[in-house]
Design a protein around this ligand. Structure first.
Ligand SMILES: C[S@@+](CC[C@H](N)C(=O)[O-])C[C@H]1O[C@@H](n2cnc3c(N)ncnc32)[C@H](O)[C@@H]1O
Length: 231
């Protein structure tokens, strides 16, 4: 059973018409500052902390989950943070339709859906094609942060690094050691409270490895609006 979609009135929420009218993601913000993206912001607790720590950066927090976007907006509104916008959109759709070449300083992905069953692993967001695609949107020296509670997800992504010369591994991070000043998300907190490990990857886009062509949405690409009951 799918739940009803609740309209989001917050000024921080990017309505579809505003996105359609924007020439690029920077246009969604009043000031021209460096731009960072969080994919799968959930209920926004990571973004509330991150945006408060970095007021000189504009943040776009996206999720396909309507209630997550609503809760994220409520938190941001309560905190009075002016440097964050929230969108309900699928990550690849956002990038292909709105992302500009070398437009992002950083991308944050925390505890993405793990798809633990072997036959579902192909549905994981972070795969070679997605990571290669991100290179087009990241600035040279732009950073990619990935946190997961699933060791085989972290290992699988780490093993892709040699085939992705556009990235350098910034610091091989031991389990449960986040990059400096990294906020704890709701899911990260849940696993840490159970003494379960979180695995972090921190990569940087190399200079001089240029990706000139915008990625195309592959044939048959479908936008998924979340699982049943998670709309
Ligand atoms: C397990 S939750 C983690 C939420 C949050 N990052 C945290 O760590 O607490 C994963 C979130 O990613 C969202 N999500 C999954 N696939 C996505 C995609 N392709 N684009 C945007 N959001 C996505 C889900 O709706 C969900 O809110």
């Amino acid at each position: 059973m799918t739940q009803r979609v609740i309209p989001i009135e917050s000024p921080r929420f990017v309505q579809p018409a505003e996105f359609a009218a924007a020439a690029n993601l920077a246009d969604l913000f009043p000031d021209n500052r460096p731009l960072a993206l969080e994919i799968g912001c959930g209920i926004g607790d990571f973004m509330v902390q991150l945006a408060a720590r970095h007021p000189a950066i504009n943040f776009l927090a996206i999720d396909i989950y309507n209630q997550g976007c609503l809760k994220t907006c409520r938190r941001l509104d309560a905190a009075g943070l002016a440097n964050v916008r929230v969108m309900r959109i699928e990550a690849r759709q956002l990038l292909v339709e709105g992302g500009g070449r070398q437009s992002l300083e950083a991308v944050y992905i925390n505890c993405p859906d793990p798809w633990p069953k072997k036959r579902h692993r192909g549905r994981r967001l972070l795969n070679a094609a997605f990571l290669q695609m991100l290179l087009y949107f990241l600035k040279p020296q732009g950073e990619l942060f990935f946190a997961t509670d699933f060791s085989d997800y972290a290992e699988g992504v780490a093993e892709l690094l040699p085939d992705l010369p556009g990235y350098a591994n910034l610091e091989p991070l031991p389990v449960n050691v986040a990059p400096a000043d990294y906020p704890v998300s709701k899911y990260m907190r849940r696993f840490l409270d159970r003494d379960e490990p979180i695995h972090f990857l921190h990569w940087r886009r190399r200079d001089g490895v240029d990706v000139l062509e915008p990625p195309e949405v592959r044939q048959g690409f479908r936008i998924r609006w979340g699982r049943a009951g998670n709309d």
